[in-house]
Design a protein. Structure first.
Length: 492
């Protein structure tokens, strides 16, 4: 049997909190053991976490004796350089308030292993993710509001550089450490995960070997020795053991009344891109945060980040699960259909221009846009769940008026309209589609998109008489007709 394929339940006794051992294969995770050295300088001594594409480790840089986080990607996710590897912040925006809320990349490198070539991003060590901090803790609305403010500043900082994140959720938000990690010895850092019985005797008189033995014994409680169910020995593609993640203690303490000094960091730019490059054929964003245009694989822009931002803000303020996403399913098409139905239940009927892009809409909606209910043979359309979720799950010290204002903000951000690009919007609102199409063909050569390098031009309309000006019922100028006398010249 090839090493890249495995029978079901090859490693049946691995804790759910650990990464899937079958992912250690050609193209998958790199097998890592404690005390491994990377790039001739980074020595791993603690596992911090993992996700579907990478594992994260705390390491010490032997050259500087400073601590770093290593995020090591699967080989299949390392075949092309990610945006995170090449991203350099614009110096002109270094004073932007969101600059300090973006996790700092220190270095990046790649290396070869038994499962392929792997990318490693080196960054500053951070504390727990927001979801872990807030879970079952009675943090004040003031605390949550401050986290949201810093989070929005980080997104605005990226957007100011015409960069979309395309992958954020509450797990991408981590708290900065409230202490200087580099003033601590490795053993002191590890003590935050020890139990009282691990520490015996005079710690000051303990030798390095004593500390090493204690560290390993404590780590052993978090280890799972891998054994194959078929009795065969492990191959070079697998680690000897998996380790449960042990995030660093950020020093943040639950406090309902007082607002502590803290700072959050937005992490993980591996899916980020420039605005102009966003329609790259991928289907980004965490499933629960996808805007309709992303679900339906239509052209999208930075507004998709705004939609995702709203879904995360809801979770951050209410402390509940994300209400705007559908259940995850193995079948992606079914998952997308469920997601669209979910959005209709939250916001009502789809506009015609969105329904027309959902190729399977008629399987789930009647002629007027209601959700078909096969059990009752009729149709139903429920709205208001989002408001109910905000009111029922808001922090105890958040007033009803504040909750209503927050709901209003979310509804402005969760707008179906961004699915339209500028050309579609003109066509949708034009009474003469043929004229509109001809105008759209002409305009880009006169007013190039902001990402274009074409020189700015000035536009002349040489027959601007009253009969050629369009005015709506409110007296506002909405357009002009008869463009035979139009011209353009360079702005200089």
């Amino acid at each position: 049997m090839a090493e890249s394929t495995y029978p079901a339940h090859l490693f049946p006794n691995v804790p759910l909190q650990a990464e899937w051992p079958e992912s250690y294969k050609i193209g998958g995770f790199h097998p890592i053991s404690l005390n491994d050295t990377f790039n001739d300088c980074y020595v791993v001594f603690r596992k911090l976490g993992h996700d579907g594409v990478s594992t994260s480790w705390l390491a010490v840089d032997k050259r500087t004796n400073r601590y770093v986080t290593l995020r090591i990607f699967k080989a299949d996710n390392s075949k092309t350089k990610s945006f995170e590897e090449t991203f350099t912040p614009e110096t002109s925006l270094q004073n932007h308030p969101g600059a300090k809320h973006l996790a700092a990349k220190i270095n990046s490198f790649s290396f070869d292993g038994p499962n392929g070539n792997h990318t490693c991003i080196v960054s500053e060590p951070l504390g727990r993710e927001y979801r872990e901090v807030i879970y079952n803790q009675n943090y004040s609305s003031q605390f949550r509001r401050e986290v949201c403010r810093q989070f929005v500043q980080a997104i605005d900082y990226l957007h100011s550089q015409r960069i979309m994140h395309r992958s954020f959720d509450s797990t991408k938000i981590r708290f900065e450490l409230t202490y200087d990690l580099n003033t601590l010895k490795t053993n002191e850092i590890q003590k935050d995960a020890w139990s009282d019985e691990d520490v015996q005797g005079d710690q000051d008189s303990m030798t390095a070997d004593d500390w090493a033995a204690m560290n390993f014994r404590r780590q052993a409680n978090w280890m799972n020795i891998l054994e194959r169910s078929d009795g065969l020995p492990l191959s070079k593609h697998h680690p000897a053991y998996t380790i449960l993640a042990s995030p660093l203690d950020d020093g943040l303490k639950p406090n309902l009344k007082a607002l502590q000094n803290f700072s959050i960091k937005l992490t993980n730019l591996s899916s980020a891109c420039k605005f102009k490059d966003c329609n790259d054929g991928t289907k980004p964003y965490e499933i629960e945060t996808r805007a309709p245009e992303v679900i339906l694989q239509q052209p999208y822009n930075e507004n998709a980040d705004i939609w995702a931002l709203a879904t995360v803000l809801y979770e951050m303020v209410t402390g509940g699960t994300n209400m705007l996403g559908a259940m995850r399913r193995l079948d992606e098409e079914q998952q997308d259909d469920d997601h669209m139905i979910f959005l209709i239940e939250r916001f009502g009927k789809l506009p015609d221009f969105i329904r027309s892009k959902w190729t399977r809409a008629n399987e789930f909606l009647d002629d007027v846009g209601n959700i078909l209910n096969p059990d009752e043979g009729g149709a139903s359309c429920q709205q208001g769940d989002l408001l109910q979720g905000v009111m029922e799950n808001k922090p105890e010290d958040m007033s009803d008026a504040e909750a209503l204002a927050f709901h209003g903000l979310l509804m402005k951000m969760l707008d179906f309209e961004p699915i339209l690009n500028d050309q579609e919007r003109i066509l949708k609102t034009s009474d003469d589609e043929d004229v509109a199409k001809r105008l759209l063909k002409l305009l880009p050569s006169i007013f190039p998109p902001s990402s274009s390098t074409l020189e700015p031009s000035i536009f002349f309309y040489d027959d601007l008489s009253m009969r050629n000006i369009l005015i709506d019922d409110d007296g506002k100028i909405t357009g002009a007709v008869d463009w035979k006398c139009a011209s353009a010249l360079p702005l200089w």
